[in-house]
Design a protein around this ligand. Structure first.
Ligand SMILES: *[C@@H]1O[C@H](CO)[C@@H](O)[C@H](O)[C@H]1NC(C)=O
Ligand SMILES: *[C@@H]1O[C@H](CO)[C@@H](O)[C@H](O)[C@H]1NC(C)=O
Length: 971
């Protein structure tokens, strides 16, 4: 009885507590509870969802939430809220939900197939995140969907053909993913589409589907960089509502079809970077709305049609084609014309004389043609001209008054023409000009003292002209001047003493003039000076000892002047690549530290100069002979050493080869893809002649199979870092499954008793290290290419660290392990020492290694003493790769002394400033971006690992930068 009573009591107590609980949670309605659950999917470091409180009755006032009048949630809008984590699929439990916008976050899951349970969805935007995995084929089950954007993620695989079933979809954005396969013709069924964007994916080669002609409601079609082949289909002429057609950066060929003239509403046509041939079609006058036309970088021939130029165009880009004839006068009549880029053709004749008269012409570039006549007089008539670029034509006459007074000009390049006459004083002082390039004309008279007005001038090139008079002392007030070329003129008088005020000056070339007097006092304050060329003048006096205090000087040519006195001993502070003091009247001894082969011809024609006191200083010819015999002796010794080293190396290699020829006995193949080649076929090609790379763990061979396919095969010999064989296989298996556009494909692998083979896709452009620092001098990587490589490599690493399951730490990130495909797209390779990290869930997997992996100059400082591997050490190495891209220098180099590149960058930045760090071969117009990328490199190489940004963050920063860089115009 007693027991029963207490039992009942307990029961009622439990019920009571439950009731309390229910009434508390009941405060929040059902939709609110669902959102609470969805919230658990997110990692919310910025507290964007802080006011999602379960004490509210409804979620209708929460950030990002909108309800209808029945307090049901209809939209969840959380763009740019710093959210990561996975897609909150529980949102689909909200019965009235019609809008989801999670764009611009860092969500890094896949998009689940069950997205189709979001029945009432009309709007889904998850663009600019880090989604991975396939595009769910079930999306088309969302029958009310009107807007779908998956743009800017890592969605992989093919576009589902089920997408052809959408009935109401108006916007479909899939650009900037890693989608493969070809573009499905079924998309041509979505006749409701107004906007279709598929640009920048990794599709296989394929045609532009003719079925797209059925999309008669289409207003925008964006297919840039989609690997399109063939011609533009005739059916596109049916897209009568199209305003924007962009098929740039593909492999389209054939004529530009005249069906484009059916696109009555078209405002912009982008055909650049394809293989279009033939003449421009006729019929342009039908396109009354056309404002922007770009067919640059094709193989177009014939003339620029007059009709096209009669349209009120805003911008016309036809550069780098094979166009002939003259530029139609009618182009000058367009009241909208702002941008005209016709460089790199075979255009002849005069420029339209009224160009610029009727519009706000802003940039004008007709370089590398055969244009002649005078520069027209109205280019800056409406005061908008910023860029005037006329390089390598046959323009003659003088600089017109309109240009002389054009105070908006920023970039002026007239090099390689036949312009002459005085450059009017006012022109020298235009206030915004940063680049003034008059090289190779016949300009004469003085450089005006009004030049002090050009306070933004950083690059001044007046070489190869007939300028005379003296260099005005006002030049010393140009605080930003970095390069000054005035060589090959008829300049006289002294080098102005004010020149020593140019704190930014990196290059001063005054050779081949008639300058006299001495080198100005105080020259040591030119702390940025790299190159000083004063050869072939009438300069005299002593070579000042101060020159040795110029911290970054590496080029010094004082030959063919009248310098006298001793060679200053302070030169030993410098690391000169070029030194020439030949043909002067120097005397005394050549200091010992200058006995180097590169200086063999540096002291010619100084009769009173001699070697050192062990030789006769009086015998004129004897002195020089002494120098030479000394130097030859040194060379002989050096050659001997080289030979000996070579011999030892050869012997060791021979041993290795004979060793590896044995033992093609039992082996196991693992294949990750359908392949049709045999092991023997590969084995036969593993010869010394086919070696394309050598690494610590083995050689890489180029193997051409009988079916014509090319593979790269890596042969791993002993693997001292492996304890158990199975570990190797686990890693290989993991890598075999990886599909990412920035990671080299592993086709298959093979394990034998004493070695292992890894078969990769072959990368035609070799490694980044080779292209930047190696023998591959064919290719110069300009800044846009380097940037793309940085971003690609970052995306590959980010995938390994954050998206691969399990996570992978590469452990040997370096420029030699970043390969470049035929489009110079970066792919991470060489996972020889990569490590699968078991617990990186919170971004902090750490494992202790038995041995150091990695390469000299790339190893993070903490790694050397802790032997702990985390993705933070990869990030450090990636930072070094960024330094290589920005400086053009290798990770270790004798130039740095006992420092490595990381230390060199930091000290040079502190001591000498940014301009001494950046690769001087990169165009200065990108400087702002180069510096931003350098900053990322500095972050990545922070001494303290936790201060290094995650690769995901690095990718985000670079992508944001890309968006703003894309607007920069090439040449
Ligand atoms: C100075 O030149 C830079 C390019 O080097 C340009 O971006 C900037 O707008 C110019 N500033 C002025 C005040 O003209
Ligand atoms: C130095 O100049 C002289 C005379 O112009 C030339 O013959 C010699 O080759 C030059 N030496 C070097 C190292 O450039």
């Amino acid at each position: 009885m007693q027991i029963k009573k207490s039992f009942l009591y307990t029961l009622s107590l439990i019920l009571h507590i439950n009731l309390i609980l229910i009434s508390v949670t009941n405060a929040l309605n059902q939709d609110g509870l669902i959102l609470q659950k969805a919230k658990l999917s997110f990692y919310d470091p910025a507290g964007s969802l802080a006011n999602w409180s379960d004490r509210d009755a409804t979620p209708c006032n929460w950030t990002g939430i909108t309800c209808d009048n029945k307090e049901s949630v209809v939209s969840v809008i959380l763009y740019n809220s710093s959210l990561s984590g996975s897609f909150p699929i529980s949102l689909c439990l909200l019965p009235s939900l019609s809008t989801i916008d999670l764009s611009e976050n860092s969500i890094n899951s896949s998009l689940p197939l069950s997205i189709s349970t979001c029945r009432n969805l009309t709007f889904l935007d998850v663009s600019q995140n880090l989604f991975v995995g396939p595009v769910p084929s079930t999306l088309s089950d969302l029958i009310f969907l009107r807007y779908l954007s998956l743009e800017g993620n890592n969605f992989a695989g093919e576009i589902p053909t089920t997408f052809g079933n959408f009935r109401q979809l108006e916007v479909l954005e899939l650009s900037n993913n890693v989608l493969t396969g070809t573009i499905p013709a079924a998309l041509g069924n979505i006749t409701s589409l107004k906007k279709l964007e598929l640009a920048y994916n990794t599709f296989s080669q394929g045609d532009l589907p003719p079925e797209f002609g059925n999309l008669t409601n289409l207003e925008e079609l964006w297919l840039t960089n989609c690997n399109l082949l063939g011609t533009i289909p005739q059916s596109l002429g049916r897209l009568s509502r199209l305003t924007n057609l962009d098929v740039g950066q593909n492999k389209l060929t054939g004529l530009i079809p005249s069906v484009i003239f059916h696109l009555k509403l078209i405002e912009q046509i982008e055909l650049y970077d394809n293989g279009f041939t033939g003449k421009l079609p006729a019929g342009w006058l039908k396109l009354t709305k056309l404002r922007r036309f770009d067919a640059s970088r094709n193989k177009l021939t014939g003339v620029i049609s007059n009709e096209l130029c009669e349209l009120p165009l805003e911008s016309l880009n036809l550069y780098n084609n094979r166009l002939e004839g003259s530029i139609p006068d009618s182009i000058a009549k367009s009241p909208n014309l702002q941008e005209l880029h016709l460089y790199g053709n075979q255009l002849v004749g005069k420029l339209p004389s009224e160009l610029g008269k009727y519009s706000y012409l802003r940039t004008f570039d007709v370089s590398n043609n055969s244009l002649s006549g005078e520069i027209p007089g109205f280019l800056c008539h409406n005061g908008a001209l910023e860029e005037l670029v006329l390089i390598n034509n046959q323009f003659s006459g003088i600089i017109p008054l309109d240009i002389v007074k054009c105070r908006t000009l920023m970039r002026i390049r007239m090099r390689g023409n036949r312009l002459h006459g005085e450059v009017p004083p006012e022109f020298w002082g235009l206030p915004h000009v940063y680049l003034l390039d008059l090289h190779g004309n016949a300009f004469s008279e003085n450089i005006s003292s009004l030049i002090y007005g050009a306070q933004n001038l950083s690059n001044l090139d007046i070489s190869d002209n007939k300028f005379s008079g003296s260099i005005p002392s006002e030049i010393g007030s140009l605080k930003k001047l970095g390069k000054f070329y005035a060589n090959n003129n008829e300049l006289r008088g002294e080098i102005p003493s004010t020149i020593v005020n140019l704190g930014q000056l990196g290059l001063l070339n005054l050779c081949n003039n008639k300058l006299s007097g001495e080198i100005p006092k105080g020259i040591k304050s030119l702390t940025m000076l790299n190159e000083l060329n004063l050869a072939n003048n009438d300069l005299s006096g002593k070579i000042p000892g101060e020159i040795g205090e110029l911290p970054v000087l590496n080029y010094l040519d004082l030959s063919n002047n009248h310098f006298s006195g001793l060679i200053p001993i302070s030169l030993q502070n410098l690391k000169l690549n070029k030194l020439n003091v030949s043909n002067n009247q120097l005397s005394g001894y050549i200091p010992d530290f200058l006995f180097l082969d590169i200086y063999r011809d540096s002291f010619l024609g100084n009769p009173d100069l001699c070697l050192n006191d062990s030789h006769s200083c009086n015998s004129r010819s004897g002195g020089n002979n002494g120098v030479l015999s000394w130097i030859y002796w040194l060379i002989l010794v050096a050659l001997g050493v080289v030979c000996l080293v070579g011999l030892v190396w050869l012997m060791r290699k021979y041993k290795k080869i004979t060793k590896t020829k044995k033992g093609i006995a039992t082996s196991t193949w693992t294949s990750f893809h359908n392949l049709d080649f045999s092991e023997l076929e590969i084995n036969d090609s593993l010869e010394e002649a086919n070696v394309i790379g050598r690494g610590g763990s083995g050689n890489v061979y180029k193997v051409v199979l009988s079916n014509g396919e090319i593979m790269a095969v890596k042969k791993l010999l002993e693997t001292p870092y492996e304890n158990k064989n199975s570990e190797f296989e686990v890693e290989v298996e993991t890598l075999g499954k990886i599909r990412h556009k920035n990671i080299v494909r592993l086709w298959c692998c093979c394990s034998k008793e004493n070695y292992k083979l890894l078969v990769y896709e072959y990368m035609i452009n070799g490694s980044l290290g080779d292209v930047l620092h190696g023998n591959n001098t064919r290719t110069f990587l300009d800044w846009p290419m380097r940037f793309r490589i940085a971003l690609g490599a970052a995306e590959g690493l980010s995938y390994l660290h954050h998206d691969a399951v399990p996570s992978i730490v590469h452990r040997d990130v370096k420029s030699n392990n970043i390969l470049l495909d035929e489009n110079f797209e970066a792919k991470i390779s060489d996972f020889g020492v990569a490590k699968v990290v078991k617990s990186v869930a919170n971004g902090g997997g750490v494992e202790t290694m038995s041995m150091i992996a990695g390469s000299c100059g790339y190893i993070a400082p903490e790694y050397a003493y802790t032997l702990r591997v985390s993705e933070k050490s990869d990030i450090y190495s990636f930072g070094i790769v960024i330094f290589e891209l920005v400086t053009g220098k290798p990770p270790i180099d004798p130039e740095f002394g006992d420092k490595d590149l990381a230390a060199w960058v930091r000290t040079t930045l502190d001591k000498n400033g940014i301009d001494h760090v950046l690769d001087p071969r990169l165009e200065s117009k990108f400087k702002e971006y180069i510096i931003k990328v350098l900053d990322i490199g500095l972050l990545c190489t922070s001494a303290i690992p936790i201060n290094r940004p995650s690769m995901r963050r690095v990718v985000k920063m670079l992508r944001e930068m890309r968006a703003s860089m894309d607007s920069t115009i090439p040449i």
